[in-house]
Design a protein around this ligand. Structure first.
Ligand SMILES: Nc1ncnc2c1ncn2[C@@H]1O[C@H](COP(=O)(O)OP(=O)(O)OP(=O)(O)O)[C@@H](O)[C@H]1O
Ligand SMILES: [Mg+2]
Length: 158
């Protein structure tokens, strides 16, 4: 990602803007990629995933916060991407060890035909070390709007 091709910081005045950012991120995605979505409660993480899934050919209506099941998977169709896995680790934050099997993330992260989006990844340090390309998105509140900072964590995303 270069500054010319994608702004690393954006102001998101409404939910549609957050979805549109998800759609712009969809263009960057390749099978196996990981998207880490950071930011406070209600900042727009799930909304961004909805935009991502829609842009990849999935059903926006299916995308909700997987707070109770921790992990949802949506069928999409875009290039070699057949699935978007969507995890919400809010209830697991602060846990000293990552309960991979409990969540099912260990399997999906190795799915070569999927993109995986993870809300509340902060305590999951291993997420950067799985060999996948990792895009980090930080959503925040600023005055009446929201902001987003987007950047590749891995070198090969440019
Ligand atoms: N840029 C924006 N401006 C105003 N409202 C927004 C924006 N983006 C999303 N919203 C709205 O904020 C609310 C919360 O969004 P969302 O559920 O996506 O947040 P979240 O970060 O996933 O929350 P959680 O931390 O609980 O998982 C929704 O009503 C959504 O429509
Ligand atoms: Mg959410």
């Amino acid at each position: 990602m270069t500054e010319e091709s994608f702004p690393s910081e954006a102001v998101l005045p409404d939910a549609e803007a957050t979805e549109a950012l998800g759609a712009r991120i969809a263009v960057l995605m390749r099978p196996g990629d990981l998207v880490l979505l950071e930011g406070p409660l209600g900042a727009g993480k799930t909304t961004l995933v909805r935009g991502l899934v829609t842009a990849l050919g999935g059903d926006a209506g299916e995308v909700c916060s997987p707070t109770y099941v921790l992990l949802e998977s949506y069928a999409v169709r875009s290039g070699g991407i057949a699935t978007v896995h969507h995890a919400d680790l809010y209830r697991l934050r602060g846990r000293p060890t990552a309960p991979w099997d409990e969540v099912g993330l260990g399997d999906v992260i190795e799915d070569p035909t999927a993109v995986t989006a993870v809300e509340w990844p902060e305590s999951w340090e291993w997420l950067g070390g799985q060999g996948a390309r990792v895009l980090r998105v930080r959503l925040d509140y600023r005055d009446d709007a929201r902001t987003a900072a987007v950047g590749w964590e891995t070198d090969d995303g440019a």
